[in-house]
Design a binder for this molecule. Sequence first.
Ligand code: GLV
Length: 437
Amino acid sequence: MDRFVFCPRSAQITGALQGEISATLDLPDDVMTRINDCFNLLDFEKAARERLPSPLFHYISGGADDETTKSANTSSFDRYHLTPAFLRDIRKVDMRRTVFGVDLAWPVMLSPTGLTGVFHPDGERAVAQAAASSGVAYSLSTMATTSIEDVAAAARGPKIYQLYLLKDDAANIEMIDRCKAANFDVLCLTVDTVVAGNRERDHRTGLTVPPRLNRRNIVGFARRPAWCLRYLAGGGVSLPNIPAGDGNQNLGTLAAYFAANMEQNITWSRVERLMRHWGKPFIVKGLQSVADARNAAASGVTGIVVSNHGGRQLDGGAATVDLVANMVDAVGDRLEVVLDSGVRRGSHVVKALAMGARACMIGRPYLYGLSAFGKPGVERVLGLLRQETERTLGLIGCASVDEVSRRHITPADRLPDFLQYAAAEPNPTTKFTRSMK
Ligand code: GLV
């Protein structure tokens, strides 16, 4: 099944030495941030930065062009305030929700991420297992370093396969058939990569796939010997889900791979054909407008993911939290809407639910957890986000995710009512003082 091996044969380390190196590198000593020093998702970004070669850190962290959309995705959550309702019975908070036909213990799913095994050898298996133990769904990418079959064997939880539509339709059908055989639950067609985003950090840091030393990246790799030894000890990685012939040993840059292989003419009738072939819940990820949401509803898909690929594709688009409510209002009675991109806090999850999203997806945060600490890092990321979500629900007086509504959210720049109606209303403080006499 291994179609590409991202490691020069001459550099492979095998046998006992491989085991020894892996064991001693589990939690390296040369870093400041340890797993128990991470108290929120942003802390994991710092921990990952300390352990990853800088080209890899910037590959995860970077966005397209000026990264305005990437930054807005998170900061725009501050444009909305949560409104608590007190004196409610919140002794038990029920966060369960069924989304795209899969049961979630709490309303989060893991976004698909490419090249996951490059960051830490625990790779996609560990992420899928951590998702399953936390009761959330895992999405496996077409660009994953673990096969559809191996992820299915490793983790019992709900699984989504993210299809990047390739130019070769036989290859697309082969991937879908493998997912059917492996009993994946949902097929997710990502539509925002028809053109490669301009990720300037990758150009500056000299990132190639597979990682190869060059004058731009040599210092970045040399400063992280623990990662280098571990990568060599693991024997490199492959992209086992891409059918033979649709890639090659040396992808060069991801942008070049996308340009050469991605289908650039995805039509709604193609979506309908794929959906019929799959025959189970089918979702489209990457939509950012009411018009596209309406087209999705007309085509009969199960759901959509409002996403700008974490700001890694189109720069200059809106933050997804600013888009989701209008899209829910347009199609929420016909399909399920999930929000992706920028979620870093439980309060963000709750704000998205208040807008009408059925759940949120996270990508970078779990990759940071994985890169820094392997599977325990992903588990802690999910544990912290779950606690924050539950705490926030309690703090706004909701005993269940189904109680969260637009009543719990207001625009942060809304002026106090007295500024809008000053002329008509008496001063309430004066009124109160008089009535006390
Ligand atoms: C792949 O999906 C990427 O965003 O790099």
